[in-house]
Write a protein that binds this ligand. Structure first.
Ligand SMILES: [Zn+2]
Length: 390
């Protein structure tokens, strides 16, 4: 059963013949496993072209809570697979204040509020996933030392362990870009890719690697942190302590800084992209250069791990061809096509929800359930924003 579930998660809806082939089980065995998965409400069969049937994972029961701990906001979404409803809440913080990143009590508050709004009990939750906007040390489950300043109230706190103790339900914590990568691989731009690299480019650059269907973390949770790949050893100082990291060239702040001398008065990356679309040459220039830097970083990564798909998410990806044209040509200049001839560069598909949805994918994977396709209701946000009253 574990093999059948894994195969369905890895390959999406499949015929019983394909399942038998991949799992090396007999057709009869696959047949009886599928039958019991259907009875448990974990899988369903769907007709395709009249005669053939595909087996798909479907979650009809239980609820999953997904929380995102960002430097400037907290978000939480409850996905109730029993009633097909999604409940959302968010809190934003003043930048450069002690509030940044919120704190564990605030997360517990939000989780309990959403659970009661959905008419559920905490114990109805199959699990809680926490996406943290910082790398987590694998051994301790705490925010990596060099990123602690970003999330002051989470310092030295084993994120999953401490929340699990308070909430009394299973909690998993993971770096946000890793979770976004998992969501994109499970349901989005990287679906079905054997090896998948994802870069989330917004305020900062995060990255995640999915290899053979699993997040690849490395020793200190730092694997896939493409944002801190050094492109120019004499470049600008990065908050991680290095110089010339990819982040220092393509983050929102660095693009806005590069534009200062042009006098355009832009204050957000969204504005820069809008102006570039309307033909502003300075804005087009910084996006072109951001694409070139990303292309170089991807080419270096690709030579090590040869991913079949590289996806770019976050605000920057909304620039479309203004970013991707120079990205692809820069990657090609680095003779990437020789090292990795079939590599595809694509915009991410799941937008700002990727990390939250990745939390759902992680709880599914950890609890042995899944959904071959993301139901439409799970993509509809019902956000009730409230100012942080504390
Ligand atoms: Zn860095």
């Amino acid at each position: 059963m574990r093999r059948v579930l894994e195969s369905l998660r890895l390959h999406g809806p499949s015929s019983q013949a394909a399942l038998a082939r991949r799992t090396e089980l007999s057709r009869a065995t696959v047949n009886s496993i599928v039958k019991s998965l259907r009875e448990e409400g974990i899988a369903e069969t769907r007709p395709v072209n009249g005669r053939e049937f595909l087996v798909a994972l479907v979650s009809r029961q239980g609820a999953v809570m997904s929380v995102q701990v960002n430097v400037t906001s907290l978000r939480a979404s409850l996905f109730d697979f029993g009633t097909h409803a999604r409940h959302d809440a968010s809190v934003t913080f003043q930048e450069d204040t002690e509030e940044e990143g919120g704190d564990p009590e605030l997360v517990v508050d939000m989780v309990r509020t959403l659970v009661s709004r959905a008419g559920l009990l905490s114990t109805d939750l199959a699990g809680v996933a926490v996406a943290v906007q910082a790398p987590l040390a694998r051994a301790t489950g705490t925010v990596t030392s060099w990123a602690r300043l970003q999330l002051p109230a989470w310092r030295d706190i084993p994120v999953a362990e401490s929340l699990q103790e308070t909430l009394g339900v299973p909690v998993w914590a993971e770096n946000d870009a890793n979770l976004a990568a998992l969501a994109e691989w499970t349901w989005g731009s990287g679906q079905g890719a054997a090896d998948f690299l994802y870069a989330m480019c917004s305020a900062k650059v995060g990255g995640g690697l999915v290899i053979d269907g699993r997040i690849y973390r490395g020793g200190d949770g730092l694997a896939g942190e493409i944002g801190h790949m050094v492109l120019e050893p004499e470049g600008p100082v990065c908050f991680c302590g290095s110089r010339g990291c990819l982040t220092t060239f393509v983050s929102e702040r660095s693009l806005l800084h590069a534009l200062k001398s042009s006098g355009g008065g832009h204050t957000t990356l969204h504005q820069v992209i809008d102006s570039a679309r309307r033909g502003d040459p300075a804005c087009r220039r910084v996006l072109y250069e951001a694409g070139r830097h990303l292309g170089r970083a991807f080419a270096n990564t690709a030579k090590l791990m040869a991913p079949s798909v590289v996806a770019v998410g976050g605000t920057l990806s909304k620039a479309g061809p203004l970013l991707f044209d120079s990205l692809v040509s820069s990657a090609e200049v680095q003779s990437l096509k020789v090292a990795s001839p079939d590599i595809r560069f694509v915009p991410a598909a799941l937008g700002d929800d990727a990390a939250l949805l990745g939390g759902v994918a992680m709880v599914f994977a950890e609890t042995g359930t899944g959904a071959s396709a993301l139901p439409a209701w799970a993509l509809r946000q019902q956000t009730i924003q409230k100012p942080n009253s504390r």
